[in-house]
Design a protein around this ligand. Structure first.
Ligand code: ATP
Ligand code: MG
Length: 222
């Protein structure tokens, strides 16, 4: 039996078409079922539904053989868990966005950086944020949040946030502006290293099928 870890929402929705191109259909809708394990059209493959930030943990510790995780989540997990134990064979090019620094409209970020000011930064991505600001030589006090980062500057709790941005609509709606691009983000296929060897006969064709699916989507945009 092979187990694929997915998170509900964007990643599940965007992975389905790639799975379909690889000949796999997931049975059941995560939004309407309380089941955490979904069968597929293949008797030897099932899907487990976990929190987005738990996908690397499940795959690293063998709760799942492979999974789909955002690069943001993956790099944060690497910082805590160490990078070992996971292969990252395919950039699935789904759930694309960017990790950025944003501040309130009136805040002169460039000047604060130039002056060597100590910035209070709220984020879910404390490790990625720490690395980014350390590389720039900017002093920061990081405040860890689990969601709704946009609120932190509005309440005076932070000068800036590090968050994912796609259209920028959420930032704009909260009077924030993107002042620095940290990295581009997309979701990656991750595979348990041990499983990739012991279950190679079953896993390798699936990984290849998904790689081919990504290439096909690139040629024929939706
Ligand atoms: P949880 O609610 O369990 O903490 P989450 O809010 O991170 O998880 P999603 O919002 O489904 O879960 O995000 C999953 C992944 O999708 C993120 O890790 C990121 O890689 C990507 N993502 C997040 N926001 C966007 C966005 N606005 N546009 C495109 N991709 C995004
Ligand atoms: Mg979310």
């Amino acid at each position: 039996m092979l187990t694929l870890a997915l998170s509900k929402g964007r990643i599940f929705d965007d992975t389905l078409p790639l799975l379909a191109r690889a000949g796999i259909t997931v049975q059941g809708d995560p939004e309407s079922t309380r089941k955490l394990i979904l069968p597929t059209n293949r008797g030897d493959l099932r899907v487990v539904l976990v929190r987005a930030s738990d996908v690397p943990t499940y795959v690293r510790h063998g709760g799942a053989d492979f999974g789909v995780a955002g690069l943001d989540v993956l790099l944060e997990a690497d910082a805590v868990q160490g990078g070992d134990g996971l292969y990252r064979p395919v950039d699935l090019r789904i759930a694309r966005c960017r990790l950025s620094v944003a501040t309130p409209q009136g805040f002169d970020y460039a000047n604060a950086v130039r002056q060597g000011a100590r910035l209070r930064v709220a984020t879910k991505y404390v490790h990625l944020a720490r690395e980014h600001f350390a590389a720039k030589g900017v002093h920061v006090d990081l405040v860890k949040l689990y969601g709704s980062m946009e609120l932190a500057p509005l309440t005076g709790m932070a000068d800036a946030i590090v968050d994912l941005v796609s259209s920028g609509g959420t930032l704009r709606a909260n009077g924030l502006v993107e002042v620095e691009h940290i990295m581009d983000i997309s979701s990656r296929l991750i595979v348990n290293q041990a499983a990739f060897k012991t279950k190679a006969a079953a896993l390798k064709p699936l990984v290849d099928g998904l790689r081919t699916a990504v290439a096909a989507v690139l040629e024929v945009p939706a």
